[in-house]
Design a protein around this ligand. Structure first.
Ligand code: FMN
Ligand code: ATP
Length: 282
């Protein structure tokens, strides 16, 4: 990961797009489309990104990404911020931002100031909307939190995906219910508690498996929080890394009086998830 504060200069990058870019949603992609061949994405890292934390943004672009820690630039005024960009990007000719981009101390400066401060070209991308609604990371978070996976995915332009590590479960699943892979993915926003039709990739496999996943507190068993995925197309061996893409919300988290009842419900979940995933190209 390249952090701008720690590098002296970046050569051959004539165009940059600037923003937080958490989610790498369709609004962000409209900016990246303006970058051209020698373009670089400059991520202002707030530390709060939880849709595409850390290096996960890299999954959704083939452009170079450089990170700029908000803490180290938040005190700068417009002139200071522009000076930093010019010093770091020695070949800079063009800056791409969105219609609502703000920067500098107290987010006081807009693209209008940028146009005045920068000698080169400033491209301002118009508001990207979906079904008449402005696309933004905070709206995607809100949709995930109410389980509206389908419209969160429409805003994202890809399936909401979390990446985590395989951890040990309680050991009840395979014996009494269905076999599940238990996952820990603390840096990501968790969608609403419940059951989802998902696609799961194990380690660095090429393909995603159709799967049904549970996210939430296991109120029927030990009450602890868990992310569990049950693979629908056979048995897999999971060593370390698990990637879960959410496709559709099936139902909310429920407390069952017995494991028997939970098992019956899980069979229904499997049928629903299979139906949701049937038409997808895996
Ligand atoms: C498709 C699916 C749906 C689930 N739904 C619920 C649920 O509604 N309520 C609940 O308490 N646990 C639910 N669970 C989690 C089970 O309680 C959990 O798999 C079980 O406790 C075994 O955990 P283990 O894999 O750590 O052994 C679900 C699990 C799966 C795979
Ligand atoms: N819907 C959109 N249309 C056009 N440009 C956008 C849109 N959303 C964000 N941008 C631009 O993308 C860059 C990154 O913005 P930012 O990281 O603030 O995204 P955001 O989705 O607006 O996030 P948040 O919801 O947290 O405000 C900025 O230059 C911003 O103006």
């Amino acid at each position: 990961m390249v952090i701008l504060n720690t590098v002296t200069t970046i050569k051959n990058s004539t165009t940059i797009a600037i923003g937080g870019f958490d989610g790498m949603h369709i609004g962000h992609q409209a900016l990246f489309n303006e970058l051209g061949e020698n373009g670089t994405i400059v991520v202002i890292e707030t530390g709060y990104a939880n849709l595409t934390p850390k290096r996960c943004r890299e999954k959704f672009t083939n452009k170079n990404i450089i990170y700029l820690e908000l803490e180290s630039i938040r005190h700068l005024d417009g002139v200071g911020f522009m000076k930093l960009l010019n010093e770091k990007f020695v070949d800079l000719e063009k800056i791409v931002v969105g219609y609502d981009f703000h920067f500098g101390k107290d987010r006081r400066y807009s693209y209008v100031d940028l146009t005045e401060l920068f000698d080169g070209e400033v491209v301002v991308v118009d508001e990207v909307t979906h079904k008449n609604d402005s696309v933004h990371s905070h709206k995607i978070r809100a949709k995930l939190q109410i389980g509206d996976i389908k419209s969160a995915n429409e805003f994202l332009g890809h399936n909401y995906t979390i990446i985590g590590k395989h951890i040990r479960g309680q050991g009840i699943g395979a014996k009494e219910l269905v076999a599940t892979i238990n996952v820990q993915a603390t840096e990501f926003l968790m969608p609403k508690e419940g059951v989802y039709a998902t696609l799961t990739r194990i380690n660095d496999e090429e393909h995603f498996h159709p799967s049904v996943s549970f996210v939430g507190h296991r109120v029927t068993t030990d009450g602890s929080f868990a992310i569990e995925t049950h693979i629908l197309d056979g048995e897999v061996t999971c060593k370390e890394r698990v990637e879960i893409s959410f496709v559709a919300y099936i139902r909310g988290n429920e407390k069952f009086d017995s494991l028997e009842e939970l098992k019956k419900m899980i069979q229904k979940d499997i049928a629903k998830a299979s139906k949701e995933l049937k038409f997808l190209q895996l």
